[in-house]
Design a protein around this ligand. Sequence first.
Ligand code: ADP
Ligand code: PMV
Ligand code: MG
Length: 355
Amino acid sequence: MEVKARAPGKIIIAGEHAVVHGSTAVAACIDLCTSVSLRFPSDSDNNDTLKLHFKDVALEFSWSVGKVKETLSHLGSPFPSTPTSCSVETIKCIAVLVEEQNIPEAKIGLASGVIAFLWLYTSILGFKPATVVVTSDLPIGAGLGSSAAFCVSLTAALLSFLDSVSLDTNHQGWLTFGESDLDLLNKWAFEGEKIIHGKPSGLDNTVSTYGNIIKFRSGKLTRIKSNMPLKMLITNTKVSRNTKALVAGVSERTLRHPDAMSSVFNAVDSISKELATVIESPTPDDLSLTEKEGKLEELIEMNQGLLQCMGVSHASIETVLRTTLKYKLASKLTGAGGGGCVLTVTANTAISNSS
Ligand SMILES: Nc1ncnc2c1ncn2[C@@H]1O[C@H](COP(=O)(O)OP(=O)(O)O)[C@@H](O)[C@H]1O
Ligand SMILES: C[C@@](O)(CCOP(=O)(O)O)CC(=O)O
Ligand SMILES: [Mg+2]
């Protein structure tokens, strides 16, 4: 029996980092996905191994199911029936199982994803042998939500085996989850993001779960319907960075400058709300479209200025900003920053993923 699930990455049009501190953000899914295939061994295989294959980064892991069960079951029931956070104690125990796999130093940043995999797999399906293969079109650690797409696609594959989950009719050859199961999926994926991000807002896994364009604040999503031709260019600086460290850095700066950073987050909240209004308002004629595009570009530039204030820009991002400014194009970092991808918006640039 084999299942394959996929989930998209995303761009954050406005509000990254501030959304962790309660501000509004606007995000949209993109046409780059992560896929997870899950296959159980046939009865004749008679093996008790849980295998995980990160194909894009050429890493393979395998554990005896008995060893995993022994490590986890003494921590109480391994089957939380509802989405449950992995405790610090449990993360330490799972981390031992990951350390034994001897991930090369150059790829050690991927360990958090392996921990998230073991938590989600054992919590949802228990201690069963299986082979799980992960592949992705998304650059990892570049601000396009690869961690969320990984958690959402993995959770979708796992939940598809539960009798309580009903998959809806065909959607271009893929089965889809109903609304209540999407909520369950999103909540479990959020638990995986917590292991990878530390203190995620839930924005990334929510937009990866529900797709399209969303406005998001403190766990609440509003789907945005827009007929505005949002044309964007994504530039990858190819500077790798760690979202968890960047998010922690903003929290530390907030502890040092609480009032100033509160004003920054409030300003971002206003930018995101106004940007959502601009893109979802009707566009009766070309004049108003030009006016809306002007507002959108100005809001993007303002958000970038506030992200610099939060300390999450980077020399490589500034280089892209200077380049696009020469062509009077508005840009901002997207995702956690510190490198990664830059979003450029304009009325006339063709949509493309470029790096
Ligand atoms: N295709 C993948 N294969 C294995 N791990 C992945 C994959 N995509 C994401 N991850 C996990 O997510 C982490 C990157 O998440 P993060 O730092 O939040 O960057 P991003 O901006 O891409 O979301 C990786 O270190 C790894 O643990
Ligand atoms: C920085 C943040 O706002 C977005 C992180 O995006 P990414 O993991 O870099 O793709 C964190 C969050 O919202 O959880
Ligand atoms: Mg991420």
